[in-house]
Design a protein around this ligand. Structure first.
Ligand code: ADP
Ligand code: MG
Length: 730
């Protein structure tokens, strides 16, 4: 396993098939490949999931009773007894040379195959003493190897994650062979950085993570390998940012003193919060640079992102550029159109949308010309400067530059809409937009790439934004920086009982009597909008019967857009008291008079979805009430509901969500290749991640093509694969 010139690198080891490792040829190599372990470097990254310290192992006789312990012995006897049709009892006798221990499992019939007599096994669980005998009920069992093998005797024994088709003993010996033959390997991390960050030598780390001499060696070794993994990822992200943003030609917008943005700000009915001022500053700093902005704005529901979006488009408008604001749904696009229209009108920059016939009159008296705002969606074409406009007229006026700001849905980029001079695009609720759409939009800028700002109200833990969205710059509005005056939400988890239902129905009655409004959110039906709509329709009928004095509306995804819009308008205008809805209301909708939300079968929703739903409340008059109705069946769903009751801070909930779901699921959704971390855990390794990011970005800033760091380039390219290949084409 030596390169022709005698240098061994991880990049090189990633080209050597695992079948070259002694003991892992043939069928075992095939089994490893099926588990994603194809090369020697893959094998080296297959690190133990735990260790059994046999360097100091006490005999079973001395193990404390009633505590979690791991003991090791040889299987003397194992048998399965079928007691009833659905109950099998498996008994095993384990002997450690001095003492016998009796292990019992129920229905785990594979144990007899897993632990044939003579197997050396580590059992983990609690020991009890019954009638003088040591017993363990349903212990975890890790097969070690043939008795007496040196790798499992009198030392710290690594337990590698199992691979189907390769016995644990073979796997351990194979990895041992690979480690022995591969080391030492080159270390691409510069010595100076290694010292500064107190990182262990890499070859020593590979050895110690798999076959530590003492348990204390494991932590630093693992950290070193986790750092490398994060460092490679961050180098790739830094290169990506460099290629996509820093090297791309953007528009150098100008920051006009006394321009449209200052007009907007002085015309607002409230002072900007410090966070809004800061973020608008960050956005404008980006916009005046000659490179395209590529910024993510994280701000919880109600944090005041709309004003920031308007400031961005007005910055472009000041220099004669157009702005696009895109929302994930039609309903939201309409809402943005209305609220941006209201902000412009309030600041005296455009006529109110209701008075749009007056546009020309307005423009002559107060301004050269009002800021022209348009709404363009699949079913809507509307502007603030003229009473009526057809779709094709509007499309033309966007193309000839008469329109300053266009609000819409995905349709804005999907329908080949041409802008005269698109200067900035603001995308609201990015998680509904694919990466491709992001790219398409950027291609809309005619002369240069438009600036791009993505806003999301689903706060992303910092660790995730540094990895998943690591090529973006991030602005965020923290919880304690939100606009003042948000009422509290009292969140209660209820089981599905008649008494509980009485409780929320009473609350709805009280609130409606006080002139407030209520949402009833119907169960999420994954993959079947039809069934979901049917259940919402049924619930609507039921509530109409239960609450005969109320006006109750229905909103679901199967309705045509025009009907959805009119139901929303009726609810917003307080013609309806209660809205029975599916998750179409999830994102962004503002209903200032709503004070109650009932979420049925709340256990079916994800945490961020629940938080988004609840965020529909707490904008108006409060206090607000949120009822989560569910009989949760898993600990995960219990945890989610408990988290919702405990906090309504989106950032806290986002961290909690990551903790509950684990990074695997989160990464699964996006950029699987790049962010496929095997050793690092961004929850546990946050500091390593921060260090790796800082170092990687500094390295790429100094050496954008990695000319002076070829080993880093080789390793990133070799280990991150095709996903990053384009970064290296120069
Ligand atoms: P987001 O889109 O981030 O959820 P919005 O932009 O819709 O939040 O703002 C939420 C509410 O707060 C709106 O009613 C808005 O008018 C109000 N708001 C925004 N900024 C401020 C501020 N600086 N002071 C007081 N209220 C504000
Ligand atoms: Mg919003």
């Amino acid at each position: 396993m030596t390169e022709p010139n005698g240098e061994r690198t991880l990049a090189y080891l990633s080209t050597i098939p695992v079948s070259r490792v002694k003991g892992l040829t043939g069928k075992r190599a095939t089994a490893l490949a099926a588990a994603g372990i194809e090369s020697v470097s893959d094998l080296l990254f297959h690190v133990p999931r735990r260790y059994i310290d046999r360097s100091t192992t006490a005999p079973m006789e001395d193990a404390p009773l009633g505590e979690e312990v791991t003991v090791v012995g040889t299987v003397q006897k194992i048998s399965t007894r079928r007691v009833r049709r659905n109950l099998a009892i498996i008994n095993a006798t384990i002997f450690d040379g001095e003492t016998y221990l009796f292990a019992t499992w129920f229905n785990q019939t594979f144990r007899e195959r897993q632990l044939p007599e003579g197997t050396e096994v580590a059992l983990s669980g609690k020991i009890e003493r019954k009638q003088g005998r040591l017993q363990m009920k349903s212990p975890e069992a890790d097969v070690l190897d043939r008795p007496g093998e040196s790798l499992i005797t009198g030392r710290v024994v690594p337990v590698h994650p199992g691979v189907k088709g390769v016995s644990p003993g073979f796997l351990r010996r194979g990895i041992h062979n690979a480690v022995t033959r591969s080391l030492p390997v080159g270390d691409p991390v510069p010595g100076e950085m290694r010292e500064r960050l107190k990182l262990m030598d890499r070859s020593a780390a590979l050895e110690a993570v798999h076959f530590p001499e003492a348990m204390d060696d494991v932590g630093p070794a693992r950290d070193r390998l986790a750092f490398d993994e994060l460092f490679r990822l961050e180098v790739a992200l830094a290169l990506q940012k460099r290629r996509q943003i820093d090297d791309a030609i953007g528009i150098a917008h100008v920051r006009e003193t006394g321009g449209l943005v200052s007009q907007l700000v002085s015309g607002l009915p409230f002072p900007l919060t410090a966070a809004q001022e800061r973020v608008i500053g960050e956005v404008q700093d980006d916009m005046v640079r000659p490179h395209p902005m590529h910024r993510l704005l994280l701000g919880d529901v109600g944090s005041g992102k709309t004003v920031v979006a308007v400031a961005a488009v007005l910055t472009a408008a000041d220099g004669g550029y157009q702005g696009a604001v895109m929302a994930p749904t039609e309903v939201l696009a309409v809402q943005h159109f209305l609220s941006i229209g209201a902000l412009l009108a309030g600041a005296g920059m455009a006529p109110p949308i209701e008075a749009k016939g007056m546009g020309s009159l307005f423009s002559q008296t107060e301004h050269e010309r009002p800021v022209r705002l348009a709404l363009l969606t699949g079913s809507n074409a509307e502007v603030n400067y003229r009473e009526a406009i057809t779709r094709s007229e509007l499309v033309e006026e966007i193309a000839d530059g008469s329109v300053d700001i266009v609000v819409g849905t995905h349709a804005l980029i999907q329908e080949g809409l041409d802008f005269k001079r698109l200067g900035v695009a603001v995308v609201d609720e990015q998680h509904r937009f694919g990466v491709h759409q992001r790219v398409e939009l950027r291609a809309k800028g005619a002369e240069a790439e438009p600036d791009l700002m993505i806003m999301t109200a689903t706060p992303i833990p910092r660790t995730l934004s540094m990895t998943l969205y690591g090529d973006l710059d991030v602005s965020s509005i923290a919880r304690d920086e939100m606009p003042p005056g948000r009422p509290e939400v009292e969140t209660v988890a209820l089981t599905k009982t008649p008494a509980a239902e009485r409780l929320w129905l009473d609350r709805i009655t009280t609130e409606v009597a006080a002139g407030h409004q209520a949402f009833v959110v119907c169960p999420l039906v994954e993959d079947s909008p039809k069934i979901e709509a049917a259940s919402a329709t049924a619930e609507h009928a039921r509530l109409v019967a239960l609450l005969p004095d109320m006006e109750i509306g229905l909103l679901h995804g199967q309705m045509v857009p025009a009907d959805k819009a009119s139901v929303m308008a009726a609810f917003r205008d307080q013609e309806l008291d209660v809205l029975v809805a599916t998750t179409v209301i999830e994102v962004g909708i503002d209903i200032p008079h709503s004070t109650v939300m009932v979420i049925e079968d709340a256990d079916r929703f994800g945490l961020s979805q629940l938080h988004q739903l609840r965020g529909r409340l707490s904008r108006g008059i409060g206090p607000n009430y949120c009822f989560l109705v569910a009989d949760p069946t898993t600990t995960e769903s219990e945890d989610r509901l408990a988290a919702m009751v405990a906090s309504d801070d989106g950032f806290v909930l986002a961290e909690e969500d990551l903790r509950i779901r684990g990074q695997g699921t989160v990464f699964g959704a996006r950029q699987a290749g790049v962010a496929d971390l095997r050793i690092a855990d961004i929850l546990r390794d946050t500091q390593l991640l921060i260090d790796a990011r800082r170092e990687a970005f500094a390295l790429v800033a100094d050496d954008p093509d990695l000319i002076d760091h070829p080993e880093v380039a080789d390793e990133v390219r070799a280990l991150l694969g095709d996903a990053v290949a384009w970064l290296f084409v120069s």
